[in-house]
Write a protein that binds this ligand. Structure first.
Ligand SMILES: [Mn+2]
Length: 299
């Protein structure tokens, strides 16, 4: 896989949300379906928004003080490191870490930079879990109007050429790997679903409220959190800010409902800009991720 994870010995680092850092090779079979966090610390294919390179390290560092909460409420969560290097290698690495976390009985949770990180994680999940539904909380539909081939995307690594953080959902929908693709919270003027008409491949739940999710009850889901579903008042440090967004409470309520009524097999969180002036974003991102993965016995 890509570059080595940054702490192969598992010593001396505090992981995401203060979780212990464990070497991937030392990952023991999980007794409960706990979160296995890993970072992807470069933009994989960013077309829209400022660079978020370094966001995984930013979230990891500034969520560390959550450690007491994490140890009390998600005691089996682990962190297997942060990937960096060339995009194609990192994409392969993200797929491999995801597959190995599944094999050990964990719920892989990627903390990425641009939203394209979702592609390798969710596609790996879809290969493992038939009938998987992709649920993404995002102010944008990321359908592109143009699955453009005029610039290099992460080609050659299991992703079609031209895929980027503004169109990767269209590529996933076209691939047919998912039972359904559901957006929660789309509100951007620029990507309003009217432009897609009746052919929109995504089911849109406009309100960030569990009341709109009952059709998903009982499903296996991959959940992707683009942090820009939150209002810029709460999260100013994201690349494509949209007003009239959700509160952290609304997002946590939706994630909690998904954890309680669906089987969350994997997840990702992305689009944080590493801005030291807004370190609380790291804790919002990690608290949301933890809400999705309430530990449950595997057998
Ligand atoms: Mn977005």
């Amino acid at each position: 896989m890509g570059e080595a994870l940054d702490d192969p010995g598992g010593a001396g680092l505090v992981g995401f949300g203060g979780a212990p850092v464990v070497a991937l090779d030392a990952l023991a079979p999980a007794k409960s379906a706990a979160a296995c966090f890993f970072g992807v610390d470069i933009d994989l294919s960013k077309r829209f928004g400022d660079s978020s390179d370094g966001a995984a390290a930013f979230v990891r560092r500034w969520s560390a003080r959550m450690g007491p909460w994490t140890r009390g409420h998600r005691p089996s969560a682990v962190d297997v490191g942060v990937l960096t290097g060339e995009a194609a290698d990192v994409i392969r690495g993200a797929s491999e870490v995801t597959a190995r976390a599944f094999a050990a009985g964990y719920v892989p949770v990627a903390v990425g930079c641009d939203h394209t990180v979702s592609y390798p994680v969710a596609m790996t999940a879809a290969r493992r879990h038939q009938d998987l539904t992709y649920v993404y909380l995002d102010a944008h539909l990321d359908l592109g109007l143009h699955l453009d081939h005029d610039r290099d995307g992460p080609a050659g690594a299991g992703a079609p050429a031209g895929v980027h953080n503004g169109n990767f959902v269209a590529a996933m929908a076209a691939g047919g790997a998912f039972r359904e693709i559901v957006n929660v919270g789309a509100r951007a003027w620029t990507t309003y679903d009217d432009v897609y008409g009746a052919g929109c491949p995504v089911t849109i739940v406009r309100e960030v409220d569990p009341a709109g999710l009952s059709a998903l009850r009982g499903r296996k889901v991959h959940v992707s959190l683009d942090i820009d579903v939150l209002d810029p008042v709460h999260v100013p440090n994201t690349g494509s800010r949209e007003p009239f967004g959700a509160t952290p409470e609304q997002v946590v309520n939706v994630l909690s409902w998904l954890a309680d009524h669906c089987t969350v097999v994997s997840a990702d969180v992305s689009e944080v800009l590493p801005d030291p002036a807004h370190r609380t974003t790291a804790e919002i991102a990690m608290r949301c991720a933890h809400e999705l993965v309430k530990e449950r016995k595997t057998r």
